[in-house]
Design a protein around this ligand. Structure first.
Ligand SMILES: Cc1cc2nc3c(=O)[nH]c(=O)nc-3n(C[C@H](O)[C@H](O)[C@H](O)COP(=O)(O)OP(=O)(O)OC[C@H]3O[C@@H](n4cnc5c(N)ncnc54)[C@H](O)[C@@H]3O)c2cc1C
Length: 335
């Protein structure tokens, strides 16, 4: 375990916000974690820093989860069960699965962050959510330091949601995730977004999981700003879900609005479209702004503070509320 004092967190958050941590603890093993938690109960857990917006100095210990390891734990004829430690980089894990021809996570290629964070908001992209492959989640209970296992069902996954954002919030540190992946006859999901047209462009008629991953990477690289070039945390807001009754009134007024039917009584409206309709796409306020190609992504052009990004997000929320009567919720954790 390595402990540093008064360090800048700028390299540790994809928004590139320059705030300090008074104590920064690098965790590379479960034993390290238990030793540290024996004496310390008030801390901030940091994974890959790709879903947070830092607004102030963190004056409690920052625990940086950096545990590594990927192992096959069990196999059946059709499936393989793979456990990854929480500190593994998610995209590196996806690449590992593809290299072994294990299917299920290819649509989630290039999402930043750690494996251990993926269950918290049930990461999703291109028609797939990580809950579709999670078998179980291993976590350390902070109050007792005992290790618990949450089955997929225990995790109560929903859209960008899980038990770890609700009743289990603040009580556990996720230490590992086991995925159930296919070994053959992979169920490819190429119907969502631009995947099929990307495959057509690449003249790919019988795609493999590697082809799907390649297509997703190409689309994401075109659409989303690379945090190494321009600070951001991906989608800043969740896509709002409204009732069918409300949707009927909404679509009468805005017949051109894109939407996805979620269930008999729920319709999802892309938050990016709402933000764009309010005129924010590509707008810049000092070093804080809204990305020119993707209105859902707030960006730091260089030296924006967390407070400036929050102020912009509130301005957007107010404008969307005023125009559409819809309250946008943040997907990013504001710290
Ligand atoms: C360019 C870009 C694109 C993105 N695209 C997508 C996308 O397509 N789909 C999507 O769903 N998300 C997307 N995201 C968001 C982000 O990548 C995910 O939410 C990711 O899972 C966050 O992981 P992290 O390790 O970086 O979390 P962090 O930002 O480090 O932490 C997030 C929260 O989880 C807590 N936490 C971290 N690790 C643990 C742990 N081990 N145990 C308990 N709590 C913990 C932290 O305290 C914090 O509250 C994108 C982000 C960026 C920057």
């Amino acid at each position: 375990m390595k402990i540093q004092h008064n360090i800048s967190l700028k390299p540790y958050n994809t928004f590139g916000i320059d705030v300090k941590a008074t104590q920064f603890v690098e965790i590379t093993s479960l034993d390290d974690l238990k030793t540290f938690l024996n004496t310390e109960k008030d801390f901030f857990i940091l994974g890959g820093g790709s879903n947070i917006l830092l607004t102030n100095t963190i004056d409690k210990p920052v625990i940086h989860i950096n545990t590594k390891g990927i192992a096959i734990v069990k196999q059946t004829n059709r499936h393989v069960f793979v456990k990854a430690q929480a500190g593994e980089n998610w995209h590196a894990f996806v690449r590992w699965c593809i290299a072994h021809n294990f299917g299920g996570v290819e649509n989630l290629s290039l999402i930043p962050g750690n494996v251990g964070t993926t269950p918290i908001q049930n990461i999703g992209a291109y028609g797939v959510e990580v809950k579709d492959t999670i078998y179980e989640v291993e976590a350390l209970e902070i109050s007792t330091l005992s290790t618990l296992t949450f089955t997929n069902e225990d995790c109560a996954f929903g859209y960008r949601n899980s038990i770890f954002k609700n009743e289990a919030k603040g009580k556990y540190i996720i230490t590992g995730v086991t995925f159930k992946l296919t070994k053959e006859h992979h169920q490819l999901n190429s119907s969502y977004g631009a995947i099929q047209s990307e495959l057509d462009t690449q003249h790919c008629k019988n795609p493999t999981i590697a082809d799907i991953s390649k297509a997703v990477i190409a689309i994401r690289q075109r659409k989303l700003p690379n945090p190494e070039e321009i600070g951001n945390s991906g989608s800043f807001f969740k896509n709002p879900v409204i009732t069918s009754t409300r949707f009927e009134m909404f679509i009468k007024k805005y017949p051109e609005a894109p939407h996805y039917i979620v269930s008999n009584d729920a319709v999802k409206i892309p938050a990016g479209w709402l933000v764009e309709q309010c005129g924010f796409k590509g707008k810049r306020f000092g070093d804080a702004g809204v990305h020119k190609n993707q209105a859902l992504v707030l960006v730091n052009y260089g030296d924006a503070t967390g407070e400036e990004i929050v102020a912009l997000s509130e301005k957007i929320q107010q404008a969307v509320k005023k125009k559409f009567g819809i309250q946008l919720e943040t997907e990013v954790n504001i710290i």
